[in-house]
Design a protein around this ligand. Structure first.
Ligand SMILES: Nc1nc2c(ncn2[C@@H]2O[C@H](COP(=O)(O)OP(=O)(O)OP(=O)(O)O)[C@@H](O)[C@H]2O)c(=O)[nH]1
Ligand SMILES: [Mg+2]
Length: 466
């Protein structure tokens, strides 16, 4: 009953524009947790923060206070803001650890109403912001919702052909021996599926190829560790893939795998999407371009493919009060290159150009649906400062900070970024050297230094404070 009441209350709040749900999307290590922590941190310090010059409601002095409120939906764990900010601002600061489960934050912001007519009857109002954090690996599952088992298997086969240059793995050798038309015991299926899990885990961690070798829960199972729902794998025998499966027996291996794949989609992926991404109003896609630039052409084209497929999973469209209540869609999308503090400021523009070119096709398709879309280069936590320094005999703008691996202060010139779309041939000539930076030790006032978080806030929620 209480849940029903909460849902009804939420619907009304959404309809009258007093509640906004933001989807923070990004692959594993893109910077989602750091972003959510900084987003909350900036809002929680609206009254004692340096002016956030591009966040208009703050500039106009209308934001009065923000608090983290306990979440209405008790079945979803709360995002541990205090713990997360604790990592960043304590005496020996660290980055918050990689996320292993879902959690949700709810912020309540009180503000002075701008519209003078409404102000005559009501001076203050509030906005509730919902935001969720989850492991990036799980996001890779969303595109599965559009694929049949056969289509998914064909996609896996294609990705394996493109990416795996090394000798065949144990799983590939084993699966090549399988007779897909015949039945196979559950124990054997589990054994081979464990081989597949090991295979995608290695290619995910070692090559870090961002490819769509799903399911994401195979890489990070969470509470599903050891559950039979994770016992399946794709068919990578092209003869079987091109044959007709209608006449095959229900207990044949291929049909069993197909059933398990469909079960996984229905019981794991669909509820994940419905609960967290279906009722979203605004979205930010965080992209770690630096990892890709370091990684080379294949890495780039994998990430491009993955992100384009991912963006197809969301509903975009213009919004009005009725739609917001009953059939919400995303009316603003921000695509942001994260970790901009790795790049000297004069190279932010080329980095943005690179991001725009990488996602040109997806941007075009989404913008066609009439929504507001912007690209930005941002940093949730600024860890470096820009300095002029000599690099290979030239005076160049570099970044100075503490290198994460060595703990030493370093001055780094990451290479000259190109605004143009980089072709496979050009790529070899581009040498990039992005290093990881540690969180600086001087964040004693508890306010995180950032790059353009004020612009992010303005784009994502600025219009909600009317
Ligand atoms: N310099 C810098 N590094 C960042 C920033 N944001 C994230 N990072 C780095 O990127 C790493 C990953 O960031 P997270 O926020 O944990 O990434 P995530 O998307 O939540 O990753 P998962 O939880 O594994 O899906 C951090 O540990 C930092 O090393 C930033 O604004 N500046
Ligand atoms: Mg995380």
């Amino acid at each position: 009953m209480k849940r029903l009441f909460n849902t009804a209350e939420q619907l009304v709040e959404r309809g009258i524009d007093k509640r906004v749900r933001i989807a923070v999307t990004g692959l594993s290590k893109a910077g989602k947790t750091a972003f959510i922590t900084s987003f909350m941190n900036q809002l929680l310090h609206v009254t004692d923060n340096d002016p956030l010059p591009f966040f208009k409601p703050v500039k106009e002095g209308r934001l009065l206070a923000t608090k983290v409120s306990s979440y209405d939906e008790l079945h979803i764990p709360e995002f541990k803001y205090k713990q997360s900010i604790g990592y960043l601002v304590n005496d020996q600061p660290e980055w918050p650890p990689s996320t292993t489960g879902i959690s949700q934050a709810q912020l309540d912001v009180r503000y002075r109403i701008k519209n003078e007519w409404i102000r005559k009857v009501q001076k203050k109002s509030h906005l509730t912001i919902d935001i969720i954090d989850y492991p990036g690996e799980w996001l890779l599952d969303l595109p599965l919702l559009r694929l049949s088992y056969k289509e998914w298997s064909s996609q896996c086969l294609e990705l394996i052909k493109q990416n795996i240059s090394t000798s065949t793995t144990a799983w590939q050798e084993e699966s090549a021996q399988l007779v897909y038309q015949q039945a196979l015991s559950d124990e054997n299926i589990a054994e081979i599926s464990n081989g597949y899990k090991a295979f995608i885990k290695t290619s995910f961690t070692n090559d870090h190829t961002y490819n769509l070798l799903q399911p994401g829960r195979f890489i990070l199972p969470g509470e599903l560790e050891g559950a039979p729902v994770l016992d399946f794998f794709p068919v990578t025998d092209s003869n079987i893939l091109h044959s007709d499966w209608d006449s095959l027996a229900q207990d044949s291996l291929v049909k069993t795998l197909e059933k398990r794949y469909n079960y996984y989609k229905k019981k794991i992926v669909k509820p994940f999407f419905k609960e967290y991404f279906e009722k979203v109003d605004r979205q930010i896609l965080l992209v770690d371009c630096l990892e890709v630039l370091n990684g080379g052409y294949q890495n780039y084209s994998n990430m491009q493919f993955t992100l384009i497929e991912l963006l197809k999973s969301f509903h975009y469209g213009q919004s009005n009060w009725l739609k917001r209540m009953f059939n919400p869609s995303i009316d603003k999308l921000l695509i942001a290159a994260t970790k901009a503090d790795h790049v000297p400021p004069e190279q932010h523009r080329p980095l943005e150009g690179f991001l725009q070119a990488m996602l040109q096709e997806a941007r075009n398709d989404i913008q066609y649906q009439g929504i507001e879309l912007e690209t930005m280069v941002i940093s949730s936590v600024k860890t470096t400062e820009a300095v002029m320094a000599e690099h290979k005999g030239q005076k160049l703008m570099c970044v100075k900070g503490i290198e994460l691996e060595s703990g030493e202060e370093v001055i780094n010139y990451p290479g000259k970024l190109s605004e143009e779309l980089i072709t496979r041939n050009d790529w070899q000539e581009h040498q990039y050297d992005f290093i990881n930076f540690a969180v600086p030790e001087n964040l004693t006032n508890g306010i995180l230094p950032h790059i353009r978080m004020d612009k992010v806030l303005q784009f994502l929620i600025g219009d909600k404070f009317r």
